[in-house]
Design a protein around this ligand. Structure first.
Ligand code: ADP
Length: 484
């Protein structure tokens, strides 16, 4: 579709109302069942990436605040939470899930404003899945002995959790729900560009009447996260974020008896065989790389197409890319919203330059980008070599690197030629080929004839530099437990 056709056949705007959420001017820390000011008195601004306006101020927690939060969490663990029956623990978590559902529209709008993701994705994916994680783990709370028969599972104590900005509420749910269900208390830090839904969640948890100190939020930057990691009275760290910070954390806790799970970056292969249902595969490629502006650790950012169908697939892909609507995240028609921050926008632009300089051919779909805000056109690179930076490093944006292959052995070798190992996709008509290929791919999750499908009952996590430990499902309980 040309730019002109797109203008003629444009959609009328369908904006979701931002009035459903009452955003406060300032958000404090949540420690020991109370909203409290940061001890430094410092706050930082949260920016709306859709129009670069200021949304609100967020408390900047420091070492002292982290210490208060850990002390509150320890006291709550010793005196209340570890004494409570597992069934009662489960009831609290169910209550949180239901209250999140009741406020789901508000949460979806807040998430869209704060992160730049489209309202459609926030409304249909992030928020329902976040609620489902609480429902799912609420169900496990009083069944831990059945989940691990004969192994006598026990909680760890106080867990420190640090989350990224790409799925703010969902990542919070992935961490908080299993931690509480297994009887631990929590000190959590949202990412600095996306604290808003965590603060609304704190309000929900407060209203749900969770005993003081069981759940604590210390917002802030990387140094706040480091204070959590280094606090001596924390029993476990759960981190989702970049591989670079994951490595720092692993070094920091080496030699301590803290448990650790790391969910880090990825450069996942999406593999299209010549017998694949091409139209569905094209949808899968689009979903794999452009979902959430490509800010997805398991994004299918390396596309491998079998050589004899490459031309056809790329043509269809370009055609489909041209129909993607980039713009206001709160508009219900929008397919691709705003890049999360100026910093991330600049990082992606750097990668585009590197891709061109290293000899790949760039294609960006024709679209009208809003003048204000951090927007970019969906992008793909052709003629990419295995050694190119854009095929090796995680870009975390709507940028696809395309390569071709002839044989199964070749594509498995190419797909596994990466420091990462988070996810992969395989598209083929043959079930036997799916089993053959997926069993040889070094990736934590392999999707067959689909991509980016998530369910609370299904474990997620990586190999190699994508981290270790699993979140979701029965496996997601294990990192929060010790066994006799
Ligand atoms: P990105 O590079 O994509 O922003 P990061 O890994 O830097 O991802 O951020 C993920 C989370 O880790 C954020 O909440 C961030 O504040 C936090 N963080 C950053 N640096 C550190 C650190 N040294 N120790 C602990 N947490 C950190």
């Amino acid at each position: 579709m040309s730019k002109k056709t797109q203008e003629i056949w444009s959609y009328a705007p369908a904006p979701e109302s931002s009035k459903v959420v009452q955003i406060k001017e300032k958000y404090d820390l949540y420690i020991d069942g109370k909203f409290v000011k940061p001890s430094s008195g410092k706050y930082f601004k949260s920016i709306n990436p859709a129009d670069e306006s200021e949304i609100c101020s967020i408390a900047y927690g420091n070492e002292k605040d982290v210490d208060l939060a850990v002390k509150a969490a320890r006291k709550a663990y010793d005196t209340v939470w570890s004494k409570l029956s597992a069934a009662d623990r489960g009831k609290y978590i169910f209550r949180i899930a239901r209250m999140m559902q009741e406020r789901s529209r508000e949460l979806a709008v807040a998430e869209s404003i704060d992160s730049g993701k489209t309202i459609r994705e926030a409304r249909d994916i992030d928020i329902p899945l976040a609620c489902n994680h609480f429902f799912y783990y609420a169900g496990w709370a009083d069944k831990l002995d059945e989940a691990f028969p004969g192994r006598k599972p026990k909680s760890l104590g106080v867990v420190g959790q640090i989350i990224p900005w790409n799925f703010p509420l969902l990542m919070a749910a992935w961490k908080i729900a299993p931690a509480l269900a297994t009887g631990n208390t929590v000190v959590i830090k949202p990412a600095e560009t996306t604290s808003l839904t965590m603060m609304i969640l704190a309000d929900i948890i407060h209203e749900a009447g969770l005993p003081a100190g069981v759940f604590n939020v210390v917002s802030g930057y990387g140094d706040t996260g480091a204070s959590i990691v280094n606090h001596p009275d924390i029993n476990k760290i759960a981190f989702t974020g970049s591989t670079a910070v994951g490595k720092i954390i692993q070094k920091a806790i080496a030699g301590t008896d803290k448990k650790l799970t790391l969910e880090l970056g990825g450069k996942s292969a999406n593999i299209i065989f010549d017998d694949a249902p091409i139209d569905q595969a094209v949808e899968g490629i689009i979903n794999g790389i452009f979902f959430n502006q490509g800010h997805v650790c398991c994004a299918g950012s390396r596309l491998f197409v079998q050589e004899n169908v490459a031309e056809k697939v790329i043509e269809k892909l370009k055609h489909r890319m041209a129909s993607l609507l980039v713009g206001d995240p709160l508009d219900k028609n929008t397919d691709i919203g705003a890049i999360n921050s100026k910093e991330q926008f600049d990082t992606i632009q750097q990668y585009l330059k590197i891709g061109v300089n290293e000899g790949s051919e760039i294609y960006q779909s024709p679209c009208n980008l809003p003048k204000k805000g951090y927007y970019m056109a969906p992008t793909l690179f052709l003629d990419v070599a295995q050694s190119n930076t854009i095929a090796q490093e995680e870009i975390f944006g709507p940028v696809l690197a395309i390569q071709t292959f002839r044989t199964i052995d070749e594509v498995i070798q190419k797909a596994n030629n990466t420091p990462f190992g988070l996810a992969a996709g395989v598209w083929t008509d043959k079930g036997s080929r799916i089993f053959n290929v997926s069993s040889q791919l070094r990736a934590g999750v392999v999707w067959a004839n689909t991509y980016n499908k998530f369910d609370p009952a299904s474990p997620f996590g990586g190999y190699k530099e994508s981290g270790f430990g699993r979140e979701g499902g029965l496996h997601g309980l294990i990192p929060y437990l010790k066994f006799d």
